[in-house]
Design a protein around this ligand. Structure first.
Ligand SMILES: Cc1ncc(COP(=O)(O)O)c(C=O)c1O
Ligand SMILES: [Zn+2]
Length: 392
């Protein structure tokens, strides 16, 4: 029998993404220790489920509470995340001779990025599980979002961030009352520091995909995309991938909507966009066994893309393969130029991560991968305002 929780959640199991072993979803969980892989939630999904299950009275990701793992409404910590606009990009579309070009703009989320979606769900779950302290290694945006949601939940947050990250990313964490630790290096070095600080298990570790809750919040982007396109998904989605929660989450939403009978089996090709300074997906795509040997990651002005060793690599590679997508890397100089170009043409101060998706489309059009009539969606995952000191 379906166990429907007070929140309306249809959550069913929590399982290892590799061997499918199940874990108790009513206890604190991190990752699947059986295979050292991310844990993933499943839901009771039945064909022909009515879309009235979407609660349109709620103006945030929580209108999809049925497909989120929070069991009681009283634990929800929301700042109005999600329901971001999608619009046609006409001026730049004309410029590159592409009529069906759309942008989902995540910059209006609380703390200025899509990270708010994942952290709303994760911090709500911490509250539900009675956790008081958490720690996060971050490339920037996730730290600010965690700080804000923890402030509202009255949970202690420790944020470990590369020293070279633009000042505003660090300052916002401090203003929200989080503890801030600066590290010389990239997010993986921050991860090492977090592990050392947490050797006694005092904190809940919020590292990307080392816990299963953030993915669920991010996946709601997939539901919103389907809604915007009237349940007939675009041909391509260009996504700036770092740790991979967005890419994996959007794809997870599509699988769930197939199970619900809401969309057809023709899914978009998923294009993972990275900076040439740090493109582990590209390396792993070429050689999934030995890629780390020759890999030399460097910082990027698109901070969110400087994630050298993503824990969810296998899941990202699966999404790209299953969707017949590909990886596309963009040079740093091109990303910077595109931030200016995009902003000047469209009046949207795009993040470097979002700008990279536009360049990637231009490349794949030149290569012939994307056809003139294809419907293409770009994701602007964050606000460009936070990066200004690096892009002027
Ligand atoms: C603006 C922005 N875009 C993209 C990413 C990559 O996110 P994901 O973990 O979903 O790959 C990040 C991560 O920090 C980010 O801040
Ligand atoms: Zn396993």
């Amino acid at each position: 029998m379906i166990n429907r929780y007070e929140s309306g959640s249809l959550v069913n199991t929590l399982y290892c993404s590799k061997c499918l072993k199940t874990y108790n979803l009513n206890e604190i969980q991190t990752f699947a220790t059986c295979c050292d892989k991310p844990l993933v939630f499943s839901y009771h999904l039945e064909k022909k489920t009515s879309k009235t299950i979407i609660n349109n009275d709620i103006k945030s990701i929580w209108r999809y509470a049925s497909f989120l793992p929070i069991l009681s409404i009283k634990n929800i910590i929301s700042l109005g995340e999600g329901l971001t606009p999608t619009s046609k990009i006409e001026i730049l579309g004309k410029f590159i001779n592409h009529e069906h070009l759309y942008l989902k703009d995540e910059s209006g989320n609380p703390t200025g990025s899509f990270k708010a979606r994942g952290l709303s769900v994760a911090v709500s779950k911490l509250k539900e599980l009675g956790i008081q302290k958490c720690i996060i290694p971050t490339a920037g945006n996730a730290g600010g979002a965690l700080a804000a949601y923890c402030a509202k939940a009255n949970i202690e947050a420790t944020i470990i961030i590369p020293r070279h990250t633009p000042k505003v990313f660090k300052d916002e964490c401090a203003i929200y009352g989080a503890h801030l630790i600066l590290v010389d290096g990239l997010i993986n070095d921050c991860g090492t520091k977090a592990k050392a600080l947490n050797k006694n298990g005092d904190y809940f570790d919020m590292s990307t995909l080392k816990e299963p809750y953030r993915l669920e919040g991010k996946k709601i982007m997939g539901y919103e995309i389907a809604e915007y396109f009237n349940w007939d998904l675009p041909d391509f989605i260009f996504y700036p991938a770092g740790g991979g929660t967005g890419l994996i989450g959007i794809w997870k939403a599509f699988q769930e909507m197939i199970a619900l009978g809401w969309i057809k089996n023709k899914l978009p090709k998923m294009i993972a966009v990275q900076s040439s300074n740090c493109a582990p997906i590209k390396e792993a795509y070429k050689d999934s066994i030995n890629w780390k040997e020759k890999f030399n990651p460097e910082p990027s002005i698109a901070n969110g893309l400087a994630v050298p060793y993503p824990f969810g690599m296998d899941l990202m590679l699966n999404v790209i393969k299953e969707s017949h997508g590909e990886v596309c890397t963009i040079e740093e100089e091109k990303i910077k130029e595109t931030v200016h170009f995009f902003s000047q043409k469209e009046g949207i101060l795009i993040s470097p991560e979002g700008a990279a998706t536009f360049m990637a489309l231009s490349h794949l059009k030149n290569k012939g991968t994307v056809g003139k009539e294809d419907r293409v969606l770009l994701l602007n995952t964050g606000s460009g305002y936070k990066y200004i000191e690096n892009v002027v």
